[in-house]
Ligand binder design. Structure first.
Ligand code: COA
Length: 172
C-alpha cells in the first residue's frame, strides 16, 4: 500500500472538480435535497470558482493518492483566505475529503498531518475548521485527532441555513 500527496495546480482543475463533486455527493446527498445539493455544487465547484481558489496564494489544495489512484483532497487557507476572520496566527482546513471506498485507511490522518506540517512551518498557533453539526463521522474523526469545539457559525446549503461547529486544535 502506498500513499502519496501532490499539490494541485491550474492544470488539475478538471480532476479537482471531479473529486470535489464526487466526495461532496457521497458525503451529503442522503441528508440534503437534490435542489440544495445542486445549487451548492454549481456555486462551489464551477471551474471559474476553482481556478480563483487554486490561484489564491493564501490557499493550497493537495490530492492524496492511494496506490497511485486519486483518493481525496485537502484545502487549507491562511490569512484573508480563511472563511472566518481568525487572524494571521491560524490556519483553516476548509476541506478534507476522502472518497468512501478509501476511508479508514489512514488517508484523512495523512492529510491532517500535512495541514499541521504547513501550519507549523508558518509558525501558526492553531488549526481550525467548520464542520456541519450533523456530520457525526467527521466530528468523531476530528475529536480523535485532538480538535475541540470552540464555536459555531452559519453555512448555506442552497437556501437552507445550517449550523457548522467550529473545531480548533492548538499547536505547541
Ligand atoms: C472524516 C474523514 C476525512 C476521515 O478520513 P479517514 O481516512 O476515513 O480517517 P483515517 O483512516 O485517517 O482515521 C484516522 C483516525 O481517526 C479515526 N476515525 C476515523 N473516522 C472515525 C469515526 N467516524 N469515528 C471515530 N474515529 C474515527 C480512525 O480510527 C483513526 O484512528 P487511529 O489513528 O487511532 O488509527 C473521511 O471519513 C471523509 O472524508 N469523510 C467524508 C467527507 C467529510 O465529511 N469531510 C469533512 C468535512 S468537514
Amino acid at each position: 500500500m502506498t500513499i502519496n500527496i501532490k499539490k494541485c495546480t491550474l492544470e488539475d482543475l478538471r480532476i479537482l472538480q471531479e473529486i470535489s463533486y464526487e466526495t461532496f455527493n457521497e458525503t451529503f446527498k442522503y441528508q440534503n435535497s437534490p435542489e440544495n445539493m445542486n445549487a451548492y455544487l454549481e456555486r462551489a465547484f464551477n471551474l471559474k470558482q476553482l481556478e480563483k481558489e487554486v490561484s489564491n496564494i493564501s490557499s493550497q489544495f493537495f490530492f492524496v493518492y492511494f496506490n497511485n489512484e486519486v483518493a481525496g483532497y485537502l484545502k487549507v487557507n491562511t490569512n484573508d483566505a480563511q472563511s472566518e476572520e481568525m487572524g494571521d496566527e491560524s490556519l483553516e482546513i476548509e476541506r478534507i475529503y476522502i472518497m468512501d471506498k478509501f476511508q479508514k485507511h489512514g488517508l484523512g490522518k495523512y492529510l491532517l498531518n500535512k495541514a499541521m506540517e504547513i501550519a507549523m512551518e508558518r509558525n501558526k498557533k492553531k488549526i481550525w475548521l467548520g464542520v456541519w453539526g450533523k456530520n457525526e463521522n467527521a466530528i468523531a474523526f476530528y475529536k480523535k485527532m485532538g480538535f475541540v469545539q470552540t464555536g459555531a457559525h452559519s453555512f448555506y446549503m442552497g437556501d437552507e441555513e445550517q449550523v457548522d461547529f467550529i473545531l480548533t486544535k492548538t499547536l505547541i
